[in-house]
Ligand binder design. Structure first.
Ligand SMILES: *Cc1c(COP(=O)(O)O)cnc(C)c1O
Length: 392
């Protein structure tokens, strides 16, 4: 059970409680659903859950790889002593790659300028860079197109011969893994296989092919290849609607009531009085707003858990606070408030907030603001999964 403050005057008014045991269990569960190695996506501060605590937890629970988007995230892991295989995939071609290459970070390259930049970094670092060539198979976002792929392969092979890099992976990202039965997946698979055949014909010998994200891990086994990249599922959000994999939500965003007021029927709340109480009611003030991750777009729809019930937010979500209409519930200053959590106590889930705000759970998680302290519940079972796989 999560308790905030408990009468301690020095306790924070709000916090995001991250259950590392849930993340460990999710990792074991996901690793057990595939014969491929598991790459845990810990970009964006582990989807707001905290980079280092999450990285250590997933590695101990059976993830063989970590995935981030930037050099800064990669170096934060290495500087903290995390030595696990690590892939970083979103870069400008003229970045200084020498430090990450020296730190043994695998890098994605989607164009010949990127490849040249990585090779230059490897030359300065006096060590070979491990590269994963990214091919666009239909997402049309970040990957080499069909027309550029042969040249990318040719240049990569030349850099290999020069001793500057080794192409360890060929990879792509699915556009529609969340859509059951989408025919785009088959086309993306065909294009990945074709790119792989061209890479091999060009003299490359990648031993890690990867395509799948969380939804594909759960729903599309034929996309698993050698490595699957799981993000949202690690944090306990079911990636496929109506196909529960048994994941446990890891984050609870909670706060407490700092003021209550009894008001008569017809009281207008918030700017422009866009919420009007229908009956005499108690209004509870909660010190969390959009700067803390309560999406303003959920105004008029958002609900929070107080005193065992979900109660509507009255009026607008402001930067720092919300007002909750708790009706006749016996709510007092200091009472616990759950914005979202596992749902076990009847509180909203991150999926509910995503729906109310017209977005996805990823955006809700990464929106939880920097001023909300994270508190960690430890892994309870130190038991290892026995499913760890040796990665290349
Ligand atoms: C963020 C990301 C993922 C994780 O996706 P989920 O749907 O959260 O599992 C996987 N691969 C790449 C390239 C990503 O950027």
């Amino acid at each position: 059970m999560i308790e905030l403050g408990g009468g301690d005057p020095s306790a924070p008014l709000a916090e995001a409680v991250v259950d590392l045991d849930a993340i460990a269990q999710n990792t074991r569960l996901l690793a057990g659903r595939t014969g491929a190695a598991l790459l845990a996506v810990v970009k964006a501060d582990a989807f707001g859950h905290g980079l280092l605590p999450v990285a250590r937890t997933v590695l101990a629970a059976g993830a063989g790889w970590l995935g981030v988007t930037s050099r800064a995230e990669a170096m934060a892991l290495r500087d903290a002593g995390v030595t696990a295989p690590l892939l970083s995939w979103l870069h400008a071609p003229d970045e200084d790659f020498a430090p990450v290459v020296a730190a043994g970070v695998d890098l994605s390259a989607a164009s010949t300028p990127h490849l040249a930049g990585i090779a230059a970094g490897a030359r300065r670092a006096r060590t070979r860079a491990n590269v994963h060539l990214k091919v666009d198979t239909g997402l049309a976002r970040n990957g080499a197109g069909d027309g550029d792929w042969p040249e990318l392969v040719r240049r990569a092979r030349a850099f290999e011969t020069a001793g500057l890099l080794r192409v360890r992976g060929v990879w792509s990202h699915l556009a529609t893994a969340e859509v059951p039965g989408d025919r785009g997946v088959a086309e993306q698979l065909r294009r990945l296989e074709r790119a792989l055949a061209l890479a091999r014909a060009g003299g490359l010998a990648p031993d890690l092919v990867h395509l799948a994200n969380s939804a594909a891990l759960v729903g599309l086994p034929r996309t698993h290849f050698d490595l699957v990249r799981a993000g949202i599922a690690l944090y306990g959000v079911e990636p496929l609607p109506g196909q529960a994999a048994g994941l446990r939500p890891a984050m609870t965003l909670c706060s407490r009531v700092i003021l209550t007021r009894r008001v008569p029927a017809g009281t207008g709340v918030s700017y422009g009085h866009d919420y009007v109480t229908r009956a005499a009611s108690t209004l509870a003030l909660v010190p969390l707003g959009f700067a803390d991750g309560v999406p303003r777009a959920a105004t008029g729809r958002g609900r929070v858990w107080i005193a065992g019930r979900q109660c509507p937010i009255a009026g607008r979500v402001t930067m720092d606070q919300i007002v909750v209409d708790v009706g006749d519930l016996p709510v007092r200053t200091g009472d616990e408030v759950l914005l979202f959590g596992s749902g076990d106590r009847g509180e909203p889930t991150v999926g509910d907030w995503a729906r109310w705000a017209g977005t996805n759970p990823h955006e809700i998680f990464t929106g939880v603001g920097a001023r909300v302290p994270r508190r960690y519940l430890p892994v309870r079972t130190a038991r290892r999964s026995g499913r760890e796989r040796v990665s290349a």
